[in-house]
Design a protein around this ligand. Structure first.
Ligand code: GSH
Length: 216
């Protein structure tokens, strides 16, 4: 049995962020799939692990963690000597720039993209109606963020420099879902962002997350 256990759903964006990181680092894990439809994440047993009742959770021995970005950072740090070096831990300047762009993902990129995915994809799955005013406002915000990315990626192959890092990787799950919506044009209309997206999403780690989810 794998030492690391992840509680989540194979294709939920935050679970996929953690699984992509584990695979990229070559860490064996066991995925315990929760059924959110029947509220398994709100049961006392799970709330004892995650007091906000959200997935994912990672257990590693006696350590229990939640918040997908914090989990991914822990995995990248604990296993820094195997797999892809996602933190550039041997270079203080490079690792600082990785932190900057992981923060940019969380503070600038995630708010508009997660709202767009909710409006354009998730609501439809639950029979709710897209609010076009919200889509228009968030598309405008996201477009401005992507203009900064376009400039950055015209000078560097990846966000933190000319190396793949946790900063790039954390973007993958939500962007994957956005690309299934009409808002994909926001990515496709920016050539450097589009090339970056095609590059990072084709990595074997994320492709394996998708294949495992389809097989589940
Ligand atoms: N910031 C958290 C993280 O990155 O782990 C967000 C976790 C989150 O929103 N999880 C969603 C969830 O559990 C699934 S992607 N939703 C059910 C709920 O909030 O009740």
């Amino acid at each position: 049995m794998a030492a690391v256990k992840v509680y989540g759903m194979p294709l939920s964006s935050c679970t996929a962020r953690v699984l992509t990181c584990l695979i990229e680092k070559g860490v064996e894990y066991e995925l315990v799939t929760l059924n959110l439809g029947v509220g398994e994440h709100k049961q006392p047993g799970f709330l004892a692990k995650q007091p906000f009742g959200q997935i994912p959770v990672l257990e590693d021995g006696d350590l229990t963690l939640f918040e997908s970005r914090a989990i991914a950072k822990y995995v990248a740090y604990k296993y820094k000597d195997q797999g892809t070096d996602l933190l550039r831990h041997e270079n203080v300047k490079e690792s600082a720039v990785v932190v900057v762009w992981t923060e940019v993902e969380s503070q600038q990129y995630n708010p508009p993209i997660s709202t767009l995915v909710y409006e354009l994809l998730i609501k439809g799955m639950y029979g709710m109606t897209t609010d076009q005013a919200v889509v228009d406002a968030e598309s405008a915000k996201f477009g401005k963020v992507l203009d900064v990315y376009e400039a950055r990626l015209s000078e560097n192959k990846y966000l933190a420099g000319n190396f793949y890092s946790l900063a790039d990787q954390n973007h993958i799950p939500y962007t994957y879902f956005l690309m299934k919506t009409p808002a994909a044009s926001l990515i496709n209309d920016r050539p450097h962002v589009k090339a970056w997206w095609e590059n990072i999403s084709s990595r074997p780690s994320f492709q394996k997350v998708l294949a495992n989810a389809n097989a589940a």
